[in-house]
Design a protein around this ligand. Structure first.
Ligand code: GLN
Length: 536
């Protein structure tokens, strides 16, 4: 079979769930036995989101190969359960970087470099690299933002050209829009969708399918209207009402026969009929009334929950695995820093400190960690959450209030977390951390080994600082166990506390590998301890 491409554009508004829709479509095709990959094209000029503030962009999702990518890649991987690679996230910055590098090298032989064809050619090459590097038979390509944005024009032009390059039956265009609800008259409006499709047509793209998102049920006659005005077959106008759980979206699309329609239109031979039993079971588990436990997540970006997307998902996956609902109480680390009264932590069955950069809020996190240690509340620390757990124990053990990571106090008397020698001379910020998958050897009879039930694991990293080996012995004396080490023994990857029901920190980010029906072992073990603590 020739590679099939499905192009997704957005209309009317951003943040209507285009990424999740792409992920769900991917699942629909995977269920039919096809190898699927999904690519996100981001029109901003940053080379990757790694240098962007989580307030601007939400979480940075890290792939096996160390690519720092858009959080939609997290949705993709969780839905299609396939590890993607760096070509699956392309930005305007990357495209221009390549074109300018080629120009400087003299590759264009005196030509004038222009958006069309030079920029669009590189975009098309990047799209075609997805099947080459992933082996995908069907590639979904989503462009960020909405039609009408100046910066997405070259991407849309590349989409348009690809219809000619690939042929009609190998390309399929889906436009995801939003139907606003007018409270005064109690009706949904299709006009913005019509305008957005007109805008798309003016660029030369006619959608084959419209997915109309809304917060309210969409009546048949509205679908008729969209079909008529936008010139899209009625069967290909798909209403998608906001649902209680993201993981229900593939089932909604399946019920609307979206998979069948796409396969038929693209002349793809059916391979297997989808079997949704396991997925449906998961949704019914999600919806089942379950006892609830509370986990306090202490972070500095809690105003924007997108910043902790994978952590939140991983907690919910682990909740499912333990048969409980996880209620997350988001605690602002900066506020906690100033707070004398920390009773907000009292009703938490567990405390989690996620990753982060920069000093702001770190003392608030340390306060939460101290509380977890002293009161034997289950604790899970992710990356920075592990580093601060080490700093907190050192402060306690050495009776030195200034034990710290050199990231926050370069002149600390006890630099228990420090830069690795190979990081010292690096000045560039982009893509220079310890990134991606690294092996971790588990030490027998530890919480970590019990959770994973294996000896060697691979986990995704994104950090510059590490536990300072000069302090290993003293930290062990203080009650710490290094339960996960790099196979050469040089790096501490997991630290846990003796004489505590569950206090564990990881230098890596386990949240990136959690899947809805395959919760991450460390999150599952943490939640198990949370349930126990909540029922005590
Ligand atoms: N700022 C810390 C470091 O660079 C932790 C990073 C993180 O939590 N991802 O090592």
């Amino acid at each position: 079979m020739k590679t099939k491409y499905i192009f997704l554009t957005g209309g009317v508004l951003s943040s209507v769930g285009k990424g999740v829709t792409a992920a769900a479509l991917g699942r629909l095709l995977k269920e039919r036995g096809f190898k699927v990959a999904i690519q996100k094209l981001d029109p901003y000029i940053n080379v990757d989101p790694g240098t962007m503030s989580p307030y601007q962009h939400g979480e940075v999702f890290v792939l096996d190969d160390g690519a720092e990518t858009d959080l939609d890649l997290g949705h993709y991987e969780r839905f299609i359960d396939t590890s993607l690679n760096q070509v699956c996230n392309v930005t305007t910055g990357q495209v221009y970087e390549e074109v300018i590098m080629r120009e400087r090298r003299g590759d264009y032989l005196g030509g004038t470099i222009q958006v069309i064809p030079h920029i669009t050619d590189v975009i098309k090459q990047r799209i075609c690299m997805v099947p080459k590097t992933t082996g995908a038979e069907i590639v979904l390509v989503e462009v960020g933002g909405t039609v009408g944005d100046i910066e997405s024009l070259p991407f849309l032009e590349a989409f348009r050209q690809m219809k000619g390059d690939l042929g009609r039956k190998n390309s399929f265009y889906i436009h995801v829009t939003w139907l606003p609800y007018i409270g005064a008259t109690g009706e949904l409006k299709t006009k913005p969708t019509q305008h957005s499709v007109r805008e798309l047509r003016s660029i030369g793209i006619s959608p084959d399918m419209i997915i109309a998102r809304s917060d309210h049920p969409v009546e048949e006659e509205l679908l008729d209207k969209i079909s008529l005005f936008c010139d899209v077959e009625k069967k290909a106008v798909i209403p998608m009402e906001t649902t209680d759980t993201l993981y229900n979206i593939p089932l909604m699309l399946e019920d609307a026969s979206v998979g069948e329609f796409i396969i038929k239109k693209m002349k793809i031979k059916e391979r297997q009929s989808p079997s949704w039993d396991a997925w449906r079971e998961m949704i019914s588990d999600v919806r089942k009334k379950k006892p609830s436990v509370k986990v306090a997540v202490v972070g500095k970006y809690v105003e924007l929950l997108d910043a902790y997307m994978s952590v939140r998902e991983a907690l919910h996956h682990a909740g499912l695995a333990n048969g409980v609902d996880v209620e997350i109480s988001w605690i602002h680390s900066v506020k906690l820093e100033k707070e004398i009264d920390i009773s907000i932590l009292e009703d938490a069955g567990g405390i989690l400190v996620p990753g982060g950069f920069g000093k702001r809020g770190t003392e608030g996190k340390i306060k939460a960690i101290k509380y977890a240690r002293e009161n034997k509340v289950p604790y899970l620390g992710l990356c920075l959450g592990m580093q601060l757990m080490v700093a907190e124990l050192a402060r306690h053990h050495f009776s030195e209030k200034d034990a710290n990571s050199t990231e926050f106090n370069p002149s600390t008397t006890h630099p228990v977390i420090d830069l690795m020698p190979d990081q010292r001379d690096i000045t560039d910020k982009g893509g220079t951390m310890r990134l991606g998958l690294y092996p971790c050897q588990l030490q027998p009879d530890t919480l970590a080994a019990k959770a994973y039930q294996t000896e060697l694991v691979q986990e995704r990293h994104r950090h510059r600082f590490e536990l300072n080996n000069a302090y290993r012995d003293e930290l062990e004396e203080a009650g710490m166990i290094f339960s996960g080490l790099s196979p050469d023994n040089k790096l501490v990857e997991i630290a846990e506390l003796r004489d505590h029901p569950f206090m564990l920190g990881t230098q890596f980010h386990p949240e990136f590998l959690s899947r809805p029906y395959r919760a991450h072992p460390l999150f599952t073990a943490f939640l198990q301890a949370v349930v126990k603590h909540s029922n005590r």
